[in-house]
Design a protein around this ligand. Structure first.
Ligand code: GLN
Length: 428
C-alpha cells in the first residue's frame, strides 16, 4: 500500500519540478554545468527510515551546507567557549560572501557566512591543514553515515576563482581573527566545500543534528547533544543568509543552504530534510527548495515557533476519597504540564483533610527533566507536611525518586496507602 507521506513528497516534488525561476551559480565556473532540472528530495526519520523523491542519489558538492557540520565539529574539538571567542552567533542580514567583521573585535559575525566558516575550518582538530581536512572529511562522513569523497573539478574551479574568499581570509588575518597560513586554511575550506554528497546524505546529516548528534543510520554519536543543539540554533538564526528572517517567518526550521543548490533542514527530535535543485534566488538559496519547504512546513504544521498542539489534558482522571487524592497523568510531561499538576495538588493539599496523594504515571510518555524535578519538589513538600505520597509506574522508570514508595498498579498503591494511613493512626 502507498504510504501517504511518500505520496505527499512525490506530489510536492512533481509540483515544484514545474518551477523554473532562478539562476545557477556560475562564479565557481564548474558549478555552472549543473542541470537546472535536477531535483532531489529526501526525508530521514530518527529511526533511520528514508523517504526519497526525484534525484535523491545524484551527487553534487556540498558547498555552504558544510558550514553547520564543520561548526559542530569545531565545537566538539575546541569547546563552545573557545569557538565563541573566535566567531559570533549574530545574524547579519548580509550576503554569504560579505566582508563584514565585528568592528571592535574583528570576529566574523557568525559561522554560517564564509568569513566565520573559514575560521571554523582552521579550528577543527588536527596537526597541520592536511590532518584538519581529514578530520572534516571523516566527520562529515560520520554525519552522512557513509564515506564521502571530493569533487576535484569543482575544487580546482573554486581554488582558481576564490579571490573573494582569499580577500576575506587576509582581512581576517590582518584583524587578528584568523591565525595560521591563509592559503593552507583556505585549502581546507575550499576542499570542505567540494565534498560530494547526495540529497539523501543531506537528509541523514540533518537528521543527525535533529537526533542530538546521533546518526540515525549508524547509531553512532558524531557530536554531543549540546554541540548539535548549538549548531541548530545558529542554523536557525543565520543559516539562510540575508533571507534568514523571512525563512524563519515563513518556514520556521533550522536550515542551511549552499550555492550548488542544496538545503539541509533539521527539525529537532523529529527528522532531517535534504533538498537539491541548482537554480538559486538572489540570496543564493535554491528556489525550488525554498518553495517546497514553505509548503511542507505549512501543510504538515511544522513551524517550530507556531507549534500546533491538540493534546489531551495532563490529568486524565482524578479522584478524592477518604483524604486520598489520586491523579492519573498522561502524555508528555514538560514544564507547563508539571506546573499544572503541582498547582492543583498544592491547592488540594492546602485543605486540611488531605492525608495521602497518589500520582499515577503509567500513561506518561516522555518527561522532561524540569518536569520531573518539579514533581520531585512537590513530593518533598507533601512529605514535609506529613502527607503520604505514592508514585505508580509499571514501567519501573523511577521517574520521581524522593518518595520512597512506588508501586506498579493503582490498586496496589491504594491498598498500600490505606494501610499506611491506618498505621499512622485512624482512617476516615
Ligand atoms: N564555496 C562557496 C564559497 O565559498 C560556498 C558558498 C555557498 O555555498 N554559499 O563561495
Amino acid at each position: 500500500m502507498i504510504n501517504p507521506i511518500q505520496e505527499l513528497l512525490d506530489d510536492l516534488h512533481r509540483r515544484f519540478q514545474a518551477v523554473h525561476e532562478g539562476e545557477i551559480a556560475s562564479y565557481i565556473p564548474e558549478l555552472a554545468h549543473a542541470d537546472r532540472d535536477s531535483f532531489g528530495l529526501a526525508v530521514a526519520t530518527l529511526d533511520g527510515h528514508l523517504y526519497e523523491a526525484g534525484d535523491s542519489s545524484l551527487p553534487f558538492t556540498i558547498q555552504s551546507v558544510s558550514k553547520p557540520f564543520v561548526y559542530a565539529l569545531a565545537l566538539a574539538d575546541r569547546g563552545p567557549d573557545a569557538v565563541l571567542a573566535r566567531v559570533g552567533v549574530q545574524p547579519m542580514g548580509e550576503a554569504f560572501n560579505s566582508i563584514t567583521l565585528e568592528s571592535d573585535t574583528g570576529r566574523p559575525l557568525n559561522p554560517m557566512v564564509n568569513a566565520g566558516a573559514i575560521v571554523m575550518s582552521s579550528l577543527v582538530a588536527g596537526v597541520g591543514f592536511e590532518a584538519q581536512f581529514e578530520r572534516i572529511l571523516a566527520g562529515l562522513s560520520e554525519f552522512a553515515g557513509r564515506s564521502l569523497d571530493l569533487d576535484e573539478r569543482v575544487l580546482a574551479s573554486e581554488q582558481s576563482t576564490g579571490d573573494r574568499n582569499r580577500a576575506i581570509a587576509y582581512l581576517m588575518r590582518n584583524a587578528g581573527s584568523l591565525s595560521g597560513d591563509v592559503e593552507e586554511v583556505l585549502s581546507v575550506y575550499f576542499r570542505q566545500c567540494s565534498i560530494r554528497v547526495t540529497t539523501r546524505d543531506l537528509a541523514v546529516m540533518a537528521a543527525t543534528l535533529a537526533n542530538q548528534g546521533v546518526n540515525p543510520l549508524s547509531g553512532r554519536a558524531v557530536v554531543a547533544p549540546l554541540e548539535a543543539g548549538h549548531t541548530l540554533i545558529v542554523m536557525g538564526t543565520c543559516g539562510m543568509y540575508d533571507y534568514a528572517g523571512e525563512w524563519l517567518f515563513r518556514v520556521g526550521w533550522p536550515a542551511k543552504s549552499g550555492v550548488s543548490g542544496g538545503i539541509a533542514a533539521a527539525l529537532p527530535l523529529q527528522f532531517g530534510i535534504g533538498i537539491f535543485s541548482p537554480p538559486l534566488d538572489r540570496f543564493g538559496n535554491s528556489v525550488r527548495g525554498i518553495a517546497l519547504c514553505e509548503e511542507l512546513s505549512a501543510r504538515l504544521g511544522l513551524h517550530l515557533l507556531r507549534p500546533e498542539r491538540r493534546s489531551a489534558p495532563v490529568v486524565y482522571w482524578s479522584t478524592r476519597e477518604n483524604g486520598v487524592l489520586t491523579l492519573a497523568l498522561q502524555g508528555g510531561l514538560g514544564f507547563a504540564e508539571a506546573e499544572s499538576v503541582v498547582r492543583n495538588v498544592l491547592a488540594d493539599a492546602d485543605s486540611d483533610s488531605t492525608r495521602g496523594v497518589i500520582l499515577d504515571l503509567n500513561r506518561v510518555g516522555h518527561a522532561q527533566s524540569i518536569a520531573l524535578s518539579l514533581l520531585d519538589a512537590l513530593v518533598r513538600r507533601l512529605k514535609e507536611r506529613g502527607i503520604v505520597t505514592v508514585v505508580v509506574d509499571q514501567l519501573g522508570r523511577c521517574l520521581i525518586d524522593t518518595t520512597g514508595y512506588s508501586c506498579v498498579t493503582l490498586d496496589e498503591a491504594l491498598a498500600w496507602i490505606r494501610n499506611e494511613l491506618l498505621a499512622r493512626g485512624g482512617s476516615h
